[in-house]
Design a protein around this ligand. Sequence first.
Ligand SMILES: [Zn+2]
Length: 128
Amino acid sequence: MRLLGPSKMWSTHTPQEYEAKHLAMCTAARISPWESVRPVVAHVSEGRWVGDCPHCRNGIPLHRDWPTARCAECGGVFPHVQWPDAFDEIEAVLAVRPMANQNWTDPETVERLVVDNIRHGLAPKVVD
Ligand SMILES: [Zn+2]
């Protein structure tokens, strides 16, 4: 992953650290982690892959290669995250922007992101 996620939001760099941090936050809030069948939909906000908790709307830091997404507000654990098919292209196009302008939400297309980059004088990124 080129963009950030749990490393930026929770200072966790492995799935094990992410799970441990989630458990610590749940314990501090006196709630127990529980597994949800509902999916989390990924989007990009200021350079971070995040999702909105389908139960409490809290922001959830996401990592594409990790097995779960975890909500610190309600304790939800989500085995299913909906990632965009154009994940690599989205990251490549956003990577040339300042972090505050690295934003993407479905159904925004890669072509639209490229047009916005050009409008702001950012070199189009060639995607392999
Ligand atoms: Zn939640």
